[in-house]
Design a protein around this ligand. Structure first.
Ligand SMILES: [Zn+2]
Length: 203
């Protein structure tokens, strides 16, 4: 899913946000704790990976999700980043794969009108990327890439674009409920269902 946070902030349409928090969250019990490992592919010139991760760790601790991170260096292709991330095998203990990328200056200038800040693959809902440093409208507007990554991580938890997080809370609840020591299920936006194995049952 393309996260056009920049455009959302400018037009306030709300249709491309994960949604605002509501009191419905308090009506759920978030027990027990869910451990989830996100394996991070760290692109060249990214020097804030741990800060970016810490922000999302705090965000998702609200759902009693304990995010663990494993890092490895990765060089993205010039084009087709999402496709490239989708080709990286998802191996235990990784529940998700996500690339932290730096946007070079030239690309920043080209992206000032409508930039894709990050994407998650619709088929497996288990992989994605986000720009965590470099200039863009979104990073200027929200200050850092932390919000970009938080947005994409909500997709990795099965949440789509809505006005409020009410449906999202239900998705996270289900994801926690179905998670095992082996795997935290991922939501296929394409098939509208949970996948209980790494890259499993896409048809
Ligand atoms: Zn999005």
């Amino acid at each position: 899913m393309k996260s056009l946070i920049a455009i959302t902030l400018l037009t306030l349409t709300g249709c491309t946000t994960i949604g605002f928090d509501t009191k419905v969250r308090e009506s759920y019990s978030w027990e027990p704790k869910t451990d989830m490992t996100i394996c991070i592919l760290v692109g060249p010139n990214v020097d804030n990976a741990e800060q970016i991760s810490a922000h999302s760790q705090a965000e998702f601790s609200q759902y009693n999700i304990n995010l663990n991170f494993e890092y490895q260096d990765w060089t993205p292709p010039r084009w087709g980043v999402l496709k490239a991330v989708m080709q990286v095998p998802l191996k235990a203990p990784c529940d998700r794969l996500f690339a932290y990328l730096h946007r070079p200056v030239l690309q920043s200038l080209m992206s000032l009108v409508a930039s894709i800040e990050g994407e998650v693959d619709n088929a497996s809902g288990s992989r994605g990327y986000g720009y965590v440093s470099g200039l863009s409208v979104a990073t200027l507007a929200v200050g850092t890439g932390k919000k970009v990554v938080e947005h994409e991580f909500y997709h990795l938890m099965g949440c789509g674009h809505t006005m409020s997080k009410n449906n999202c809370y239900g998705q996270i609840q289900e994801m926690k409920h179905f998670s095992t020591d082996e795997f935290v299920p991922s939501w296929s936006f394409m098939l509208d269902k949970w996948l209980y194995e790494r890259d499993g049952k896409l048809r």
